[in-house]
Design a binder for this molecule. Sequence first.
Ligand code: HEM
Length: 493
Amino acid sequence: MDIPSYFLPTLILFFTFIFIYTLRRKTSSTTTCNLPPSPPWLPVIGNLHQVLGKDIHRTLWDLSQKYGPVMLLHLGTQPFLVISSTEMASQVLKTHDPDMCTRPISQGSKRLSFNYMDVAFSPHSDHWREMRKVLVSEFLGAKRSRMFKKVMEIEMESLVRSLSANTIVNLDDKLLHLVDDVVCKVALGKSYRDEMFNGKTTKEIVDETVVMLSGSFSDIFPTFGWILDKLSGWNRRLEKCFSDFDGFLQMVLDEHLDQNARKDSDHENDLVDDCISRLTADEMKGLLMNVLNGAIDTSAVTMVWAMSEIIKNPRIMQKLQNEIRSCVGRKSRVDESDITKMRYLKMVVKETLRLHPPPPFLITRECVSRCQIGGYDVFPGTKVMINSWAIGRDPRIWKENPTEFHPERFEEIQVDFGGKHFEMVPFGGGRRACPGYNSAVSTVEFTLANLLYLFDWETVKKGDLDMEEEGFQLIRRKTPLCLVPIKYNGQQQ
Ligand code: HEM
């Protein structure tokens, strides 16, 4: 392909403009206000070179040791405020919640939320409030929680049956299937796990939306990023992802519309049944996008980290199993009422979420009105990243061995996930806090209690369990957790 003669001069002119613009912004802003400290940044790319290709949560944690818990980074041409301590998280999520409660606009989130018809990516607005109410009452409310309980018991039973053979099991897969089946049955009426759509499994389609939601060039280079998105094929990939996802969800809606006429009186309504007539198709799809993206992998990953830490610490496993087995007595299964008595189990789940918050950062917010965080000025348009992974390890709060798994620390420290405590923020806080925290914690507790009541667990290889992390939006184990379950015979069969 011939490169046109004007290409090089245009490119040089373009980068010179960006260079001068960046320098001017740097000098003018620092002289007129008190900006948070920043690591040195380069023209055009800002601090991108310091974070790309690395574990961003660890890199930003390291940088915060030097520049403080309120840091200003430039990713491309965009300013990002990075929060890494409890105190500063409380200023953002509580004191300045109204100033920081919107979400940034991005090409990927706009498309995949059906033009912000969802809850999680929708800008702060009346529409967001309405959709959040629908999600809370229709998916997370009392009526649906009874359905959750019933479906969970059935799925748990089938998981337990599949584990009974004393052979090696990949718990990552098993737990993901468990949560996927439960959430899909409650939300969509059935599990779509084995169904193919456009040559992909429905899980592959949902996973691709997570990748596309992580952002593109135009999010950090608003003026010229679209060229890079086009040339790199990102736009095409987004369109393909959208069309697969939209097609899958449309099929679900069509199936419901089709079946609604024929449903008998025994049929228990799922989320789609209950909402399909009051929401538009795009609102329904936006809501389902949040449910499929927000409720499944997060809970499954938490269970896997909890099991990993428990297996790694035989003392903790023993203490936990003693508690569970004494609370359950000689029944064949754990039921929900037993769990309210299990204090140590609740501490183990909290400790898991402290050290392994599945998304290491809260969903990015955007500042809507000028305010001060930690005494520094923050301007509208600044994106706000809260490093939940770092906050859970803040040595000023978690004084004794903050990186060690030690559930007993919760005997002294009171935290809940309702958004009032900021010592750890696995579910965020303020008005954009995760609405699913209660349901998620119950699912995790119920699953762990059953797995540890019914089985003793051994690692495949003797020696220390590998705990390496992998991922950007969700942090998983790098290697799957493969264990051998040994049936416990103390309970009644
Ligand atoms: C262990 C499981 C879960 C974890 C760790 C988790 C974590 C989070 C986090 C960190 C946020 C961002 C909060 C913020 O920006 O302050 C969030 C938001 C959200 N989560 Fe969860 N979540 C979990 C389960 C669920 C479940 C079961 C649902 C149910 C559908 C759900 C739905 C949502 C929604 C809709 C939002 C956006 C809220 C808004 O912007 O108003 N999550 N979650």
